[in-house]
Write a protein that binds this ligand. Structure first.
Ligand code: FES
Length: 174
């Protein structure tokens, strides 16, 4: 007896995603040198800010690359996610210099502002809240990093401003 069935809606979604992925690969003429751009576009289009294994396999097949090469890229670059994440990943530094400047309080500020706990993603898939280690901005601790942007000397007001500034931004990266 079959244990799981794909519903019609799920099947349609998979087909649509496959067409989207193929569209991105074809947009770059299946060029191996465009691997990073292709993976970034796929991550952006996923709606969950990650590159799923099935799409990594499609990329490897279409670009005629070993899947290990695609995995290497996905795991080497911090900008890629291989698990679903919010569009914006807020990383709060937990290394000692930031810790002593009340990084824990900053975690609580973000938790309150976002309505989630550390490690969770908001229901609208916009924000994921995580810890990180030193991002090299110890002199302005406590620090949070979102993409390439680093925010320091954080207070509750600043946290609220930062979150507001990211809401309503339509591109994959602010
Ligand atoms: S310890 Fe937080 S940025 Fe260095």
């Amino acid at each position: 007896m079959c244990c799981s069935k794909v519903t019609k809606d799920q099947a349609l979604r998979i087909v649509k995603q496959y067409e989207q992925v193929m569209g991105i690969i074809n947009k770059y003429d299946k060029q191996k040198e465009q691997l990073l751009s292709i993976l970034l576009d796929i991550q952006c289009a996923s709606g969950e800010n990650y590159v799923a294994e099935e799409w990594a396999e499609v990329v490897a097949r279409e670009l005629e690359l070993p899947i290990s090469k695609v995995h290497d890229v996905l795991t080497f670059y911090a900008m890629f996610n291989i698990e679903p994440k919010g569009k914006y990943v807020i990383e709060i530094c937990k290394s000692t210099p930031c810790h002593v400047t009340k990084a824990d309080a900053v975690v609580k500020m973000f938790e309150e502002e976002l309505g989630i706990k550390l490690g969770q993603t908001t229901p609208d898939n916009l924000f994921t809240l995580l810890h990180t280690s030193c991002v090299g901005a110890c002199d302005i601790g406590p620090v949070a990093k979102i993409g390439d942007d680093v925010y320091g000397n954080l207070t509750a007001d600043k946290v609220a401003e930062i979150v507001t500034s990211y809401r309503g931004v339509s591109s994959c990266q602010k």
